[in-house]
Design a protein around this ligand. Structure first.
Ligand SMILES: C[S@@+](CC[C@H](N)C(=O)[O-])C[C@H]1O[C@@H](n2cnc3c(N)ncnc32)[C@H](O)[C@@H]1O
Length: 347
């Protein structure tokens, strides 16, 4: 097998296009532009064997439900119901007209104003009454906290529910102990769903603050007794360490930002680092793995790009790679809002 790439993870000390703003998906605790000493280069080789079967496009949809609903969208905004609150946020993809009248939008409890850029900073305005930073939310019976963050996020990505349901089904159907690794785990919903389904979970995020929020959610969900390891680390560094230590997982979830920073300033750039991390995810699988699920937000790419990477990386493993988009179905006019691209290998 001939190496086709020889790249150093930390060879890019250049300024990030967005100054690491994406970090704030979790919290934004990293300072400056420090980078760790160079890690050993990962030499990627083409994997031998037949490519997995393929299934695409697969559009996974979240419909309005009692805990969350996309109420309406249009004119560059979206109106969502998160538990008790109606929230308005910028939505660059909503290039159509709003379906609901202004009076419905005017009833919002919180409005994010500021940078309309996907990851831009801004502030929350509370037109009715000032609200606290957090509020109680539920997902499929799991209690957690919604949260107004300065980067417009609200502590959960509801479209991920499609992946959570799928993963919980795999864990239950396995009828054996299942180990799940959740990289870029943020506030931990996926980890909680996996733990409730009976898995032993390792949750990794670069942000100490996000890990704190995730632990709070674990308490809130009444899942404190469930085996979840909370780890503040750089996703690649952690995966490399697990590879060296021989720690293995049945399911790996990775939901990387376009740009991010590890806790010691390690630079994450999706287009540069995704091939390494995908390869690492494969190499830390148990002999009888169940799935590897990749999601990507706010990047200029087609799900085909991720599909090809995943299929190549999982050559020789059998199974199927299914790829497409995660969408949320709107309540008002039934239109679909695309949120992200995904590709998953399923045994
Ligand atoms: C897109 S969010 C993950 C969303 C999450 N999977 C969910 O569904 O709620 C991105 C997360 O990646 C974390 N992050 C950014 N760069 C990282 C890195 N190099 N290593 C580990 N985590 C990182 C951020 O702190 C943030 O919590």
């Amino acid at each position: 097998m001939k190496p086709f790439r020889d790249k150093r993870r930390d060879s890019r000390s250049h300024q990030l296009a967005k100054g690491g703003a994406e970090q704030a998906r979790g919290s934004g605790t990293v300072s400056g532009n420090r980078t760790e000493p160079k890690a050993a280069p990962r030499v990627l080789s083409r994997r031998d064997g037949a490519l997995p079967a393929e299934h695409l496009p697969l559009i996974l949809e979240v419909a309005p439900n009692a805990d969350y609903a996309l109420l309406d969208s249009g004119a560059g905004q979206k109106l969502e119901q998160y538990g008790p609150y109606r929230i308005v946020r910028p939505e660059g993809q909503a290039i159509w007209q709003k379906a609901l009248p202004a009076k419905d939008w005017d009833r919002a409890d919180a409005i994010f104003t500021g940078d309309t850029d996907e990851e831009g900073i801004g502030r929350w305005r509370f037109p009715k009454t000032p609200l606290g930073e957090t509020w109680p939310m539920k997902h499929d019976g799991i209690d957690y906290l919604g949260r107004f963050t300065s980067f417009r996020h609200v502590g959960v990505f509801p479209e991920q529910a499609s992946h959570w349901d799928h993963m919980a089904g795999l864990i239950a159907a396995a009828k054996r102990p299942v180990k799940v690794l959740n990289l870029f785990g943020y506030t931990g919903l996926a980890s909680l769903v996996a733990a409730r389904a009976g898995a032993e979970v390792t949750h990794v995020d670069a942000s100490k603050k996000a890990i704190g929020w995730a632990r709070e959610n674990q308490e809130m969900a009444g899942l404190s007794q469930k085996p979840i390891r909370w780890i503040v680390d750089d996703a690649i560094k952690f995966a490399e360490r697990e590879e060296r230590r021989g720690s293995r997982y049945d399911i790996v979830l990775f939901d990387p930002p376009a740009y991010g920073r590890g806790p010691r300033g390690e630079v994450w750039q999706l287009f540069e680092d995704l091939p390494d991390l995908t390869d690492l995810c494969r190499s830390i699988l148990t002999p009888k793995p169940l799935a590897v699920v990749l999601t990507a937000y706010s990047i200029r790419a087609s799900f085909f790009a991720m599909h090809v990477l995943m299929r190549d990386t999982f050559a020789g493993m059998g199974g199927t790679v299914e790829s497409g988009e995660l969408i949320i179905r709107e309540k008002s006019a039934g239109r679909a809002l695309s949120t992200s691209l995904f590709s998953r290998w399923v045994a």
